[in-house]
Ligand binder design. Sequence first.
Ligand code: 5GP
Ligand code: ZN
Length: 111
Amino acid sequence: MSDCIFCKIANHEIPSTIVYEDDLVIAFDDLSPQAPVHTLVIPKAHHADITDGVPAETLAAMVHAVEEVAKAKGLESGFRVITNKGADAGQTVMHFHMHVLGGKSLGEGLV
Ligand code: 5GP
Ligand code: ZN
């Protein structure tokens, strides 16, 4: 999608701090981190959100990328994965992404 900021990051058209990349997915640090570690995992192909026909192979690649992020960031003591879909969840970028959050105790709120 030509006007999608995450498609541009996936295509290396705009810079990001890349943590992991393979043929299907890319992981990069969030611009406005909400935890000491806040990395986004996205499919390279454009899907609006988790319900937008994401192939099983791509979902598996994203889970693998989460593992790679956890290793690269030293999240041995745990982390949280969140994906927002739609207005009630506060989704602001309409390209499917998983937030990987960690680097401190995240507590028990949400969730
Ligand atoms: P959402 O609210 O849609 O689940 O999360 C979108 C996330 O993308 C936010 O945490 C926001 O900080 C991040 N973000 C938005 N634009 C950019 C960008 O250009 N580069 C990076 N690295 N992160 C971005
Ligand atoms: Zn996109």
